[in-house]
Design a protein around this ligand. Structure first.
Ligand code: APR
Length: 312
């Protein structure tokens, strides 16, 4: 049987790191595309040359031609422009909307049966744009944000407590931006809620750091935004879908009444399997967290409106 196939659109920092991480999982052949001539081909060849040492046993190719994404089971979209210092994710709106519009038209043309995992920012709005432009079932268009935001919180909890990150789990809902909603009540260490292990001020500090975690990296790098953790998070979603693992992960998905929200793409826990987003899981939320989720969704909605205005 032929290997599964994953296309990674955009072979920059996030795209190339996603491709390498996926190749190391050995679950699919990988094709990377980019508009820069030779660059995806060069990176793919470089990765293939690392295969004997890294235990990679799938093919990795690079291309500038969308025809080569034909037959992809999953298309991970990382094309676009990353944030520069002082730039919010929403500032990227117009530039990336044009790029993503072109990318998804090509996905419809060349890989009409695929599942789309959006990674480009502003994430929730780009996921909406992909859904709207492709006409794909909502199960097949999702965004990577909550997995990244929650692994960042996991990391901060482990660092604060001086414990292994392995036993830490965390949940972050909402839009991918400063309005995201980390949920300490659903964040645990070996099953123990962190609210039983840490004082409120430490938890508040970690929540604030999680909300600004992308910006913290942008400020340090100065020339771009994070890519190792985003790539690992995107690969985890692809793995759950391709292997039908049915992992429960926070992902950006279209809500139709869940959490009292409709007609918006925002991060909530979902079950990811071979169909894509197979189920939205509704957690009971405190009135305060519920309000925060609503205002995060309102922020995404207003950015979607902004997007509609610039395309009018
Ligand atoms: N088609 C394909 N690739 C494109 C297109 C296009 N129309 N336009 C730009 N690209 C490519 C660029 O040539 C570049 O190689 O997208 C790549 C983006 O890579 P980087 O600039 O390194 O940006 P990166 O850090 O990978 O971030 C990409 O992911 O996390 C998000 O906010 C981030 O939206 C950004 C995206």
């Amino acid at each position: 049987m032929a290997n599964a196939k994953v296309a990674v659109i955009g072979a920059g920092n996030v795209g190339a790191s996603t491709a390498l991480r996926l190749a190391q999982l050995n679950i699919a052949d990988i094709v990377m595309t980019d508009i820069v001539e030779g660059m995806p081909q060069g990176k793919a060849l470089d990765m293939m040359e690392s295969a004997p040492l890294l235990g990679i046993d799938v093919s990795i190719t690079g291309t500038n031609d969308y025809k080569d994404i034909a037959g992809s089971d999953i298309v991970a979209i990382t094309a676009g422009v990353p944030r520069k210092p002082g730039m919010s994710r929403d500032d990227l709106l117009k530039i990336n909307a044009r790029i993503i519009g072109e990318v998804v038209d090509n996905v419809v043309k060349h890989a009409p049966e695929s599942i789309i995992v959006m990674i480009s920012n502003p994430l929730d709005v780009m996921t909406y744009l992909a859904y709207n432009k492709t006409g794909f079932d909502k199960k097949r268009v999702m965004g990577m944000a909550g997995v990244l935001d929650s692994v960042r919180l996991r990391c901060f909890i482990a660092m604060e407590l001086g414990v292994s990150v392995k036993e830490v789990s965390a949940m972050v809902l909402g839009g991918h931006g400063d309005s995201m909603v980390p949920l300490p009540d659903y964040s645990t260490v070996s099953g123990i809620p962190i609210v039983k292990l840490l004082p409120k001020d430490a938890i508040d500090r970690m929540i604030a750091r999680t909300q600004k975690a992308g910006g913290e990296i942008v400020a340090l790098l100065k020339t771009g935004s994070a890519y190792y953790a985003p790539a690992a998070a995107a690969a985890a979603m692809v793995e759950s879908i391709l292997l039908d693992q049915k992992q429960l992960l926070p992902c950006c998905t279209k809500l139709e009444g869940e959490y009292g929200l409709s007609d918006v793409f925002v991060g909530v826990p979902v079950v990811l399997g071979k169909e894509g987003v197979e189920k939205v899981v509704e957690l009971p939320l405190s009135p305060e967290d519920s309000e925060k989720l609503k205002s995060s969704a309102d922020h995404v909605k207003s950015t979607i409106e902004q997007l509609k205005e610039c395309s009018d």
